[in-house]
Write a protein that binds this ligand. Structure first.
Ligand SMILES: [Mg+2]
Length: 265
């Protein structure tokens, strides 16, 4: 692990209470051909469990539903922020805003029509996630054409109460209300009175968490270390926004293990 990253992390740990915010896919779990094939390996889970014992908050910030994130990570004592900030699961209690329920109904109504509109486009996978609908085109023979078709279908079928967002090889329909990983991060920093945080992510929605952390750092509210993950599909925006860029999930888990060792010393 690079010495400058170690020094930056030590400077954060020296001023508790400190929180860790991490994405799942592409950050602590390798990207998989289908979302259900991705998994968080044993070493990552054990490391997060150790961190939960030493840090003031360990928060999973993911686009997956919170309950699914909890199943994947399988560590008690974490805060699971699901659906990019629309759900919060902690200590067995799930909280979600009213807009989330409305979006769930709207998506249930239009999903069959979307499926019908995209029927002749091979390699597309719809992933219903309650108030969100992921439309994956990773396995399409012509991903650019598939993306264009998906965006056109969404524009034609989605009501104004939903908005379109994009991630790596996925288009997502979401409730058109204010929620994102950054708002979720800010809420937890305030609630826990954090003085420092380490934020990890690899994709566009993680930029919201990075931006929130950076804003808090600039106003002197909280120290922050932003760690991006390149992986097989690196994003230039992540590299630009991060203080440090790790090459892959394996290096992230090594970094987290080092963080846990440092906290236990
Ligand atoms: Mg990710």
């Amino acid at each position: 692990m690079p010495a400058p990253l170690r020094r930056a992390a030590q400077a954060i740990l020296a001023h508790p209470p400190v929180g860790l915010f991490t994405d799942i896919d592409g950050t602590i779990a390798a990207l998989a051909p289908r979302p259900d094939l991705a998994h968080v390996d044993r070493r990552a889970r054990d490391t997060l469990a150790r961190l939960a014992g030493t840090l003031a908050a360990v928060v999973v910030l993911t686009g997956r539903p919170a309950a699914e994130a909890q199943r994947m990570v399988g560590v008690d004592g974490l805060i699971y922020i699901g659906n990019h900030g629309l759900e919060r699961l902690e200590g067995g209690r799930l909280a979600r805003p009213a807009a989330s329920e409305m979006a769930t109904d709207a998506l249930a109504a239009i999903s069959p029509r979307l499926e019908e509109a995209l029927r002749d486009q091979p390699g597309i996978l719809l992933e219903p996630k309650g108030p969100l609908l992921g439309i994956h085109y990773r396995n399409a023979p012509d991903p650019a054409a598939a993306r264009a078709r998906i965006l056109a279908a969404c524009a034609a079928l989605a009501p104004g109460s939903l908005r379109v967002a994009e991630g790596k090889q996925v288009v997502e329909l979401q409730p058109a209300v204010a929620f994102d990983k950054g708002l979720a991060l800010r809420a937890i920093v305030a609630e826990r009175g954090l003085r420092g945080m380490v934020v990890l992510g690899d994709d566009r929605t993680d930029l919201e968490a990075f931006a929130a952390a950076q804003a808090l750092r600039e106003t002197g509210g909280c120290r922050a270390l932003l760690v991006g993950v390149a992986g097989p599909e690196p994003l230039a925006e992540i590299a630009a926004a991060a203080d440090y860029l790790l090459p892959d999930v394996h290096e992230v888990v090594k970094f987290l293990a080092w963080l846990a060792d440092s906290g236990e010393r």
